[in-house]
Write a protein that binds this ligand. Structure first.
Ligand code: DC
Length: 216
């Protein structure tokens, strides 16, 4: 069974999806981490960001290993390195790159093949797994999302300003929605769960309920 969870940045998708997968005994697929890893590779190799073909060539050679808890890039654990503010901003170049998207989509489908999976991203229900048995759309208000991201970055020891986090998130939201290929959109057959005011545990409870009802 494939469960897709799509939504904007900071809605609590990653932690909810990871815990949901654990409860169900499914694999967890963090597709944002894959786009982030491509951006990190471009950054480390000094890619010219105005040349989409250069980043696509890097992505084509990159070996990504994605497990439930970690992401490895050419054998190196980059789980933490992909989540800095700098890489978060650069990740748009990977997400906007159609050749990169096609490569990562193929990898996502290969990772899911024959498995029970909870997969999380922007385009999982609309593009990558249009025939998924259970599709969930997870939005939350922009203030609440920015607050969560801010706390998260503080906890990681980054020096951040709330207004900067909110502004960056707004720009990222716009780009996520406007991206012509793989942009954030709610699939017509998705179930929407707005996470405003919900604790992480309440979100997972609700998602588990939805999936179990769908499984019958
Ligand atoms: O979910 P996240 O913040 O880790 O995602 C990082 C970026 O990657 C985000 O700006 C949008 C992009 N992304 C995407 O385009 N498609 C996906 N399936 C997942 C993430």
């Amino acid at each position: 069974m494939i469960v897709t969870i799509d939504g904007p940045a900071g809605a609590g998708k990653s932690s909810a999806a990871r815990q949901l997968a654990r409860r169900l005994g499914f694999r967890f697929l963090d597709t944002g981490g894959m786009y982030r890893a491509v951006a990190l590779a471009g950054h480390r190799r000094g890619v010219d960001w105005s040349r989409p073909d250069e980043l696509a060539a890097i992505a084509a050679e990159l070996t990504l290993e994605v497990t439930d808890d970690a992401i490895r890039m050419d054998g190196q654990d980059v789980t933490q390195a992909v989540r800095t503010l700098e890489i978060t901003t650069l990740t748009q170049f990977a997400a906007d790159n159609e050749a990169v998207r096609r490569r990562l989509i193929d990898q996502q489908r290969a990772l899911a093949a024959g498995n029970d999976v909870v997969t999380e991203g922007r385009d999982q229900a609309t593009v990558v797994f249009p025939h998924a048995e259970c599709k969930i759309f997870l939005p939350a208000s922009e203030e609440e999302r920015a607050r969560r991201r801010f706390q998260d970055l503080l906890a990681r020891g980054e020096e951040v300003d709330f207004q900067v986090v909110l502004d960056k998130q707004r720009r990222r939201d716009e780009r996520d929605v406007e991206r012509p290929f793989g942009g954030l959109a709610k699939a017509p057959d998705s179930i929407e769960v707005n996470t405003d005011g919900m604790t992480p545990e309440q979100v997972v409870d609700r998602l588990e309920e939805i999936v179990r009802a769908r499984r019958g």
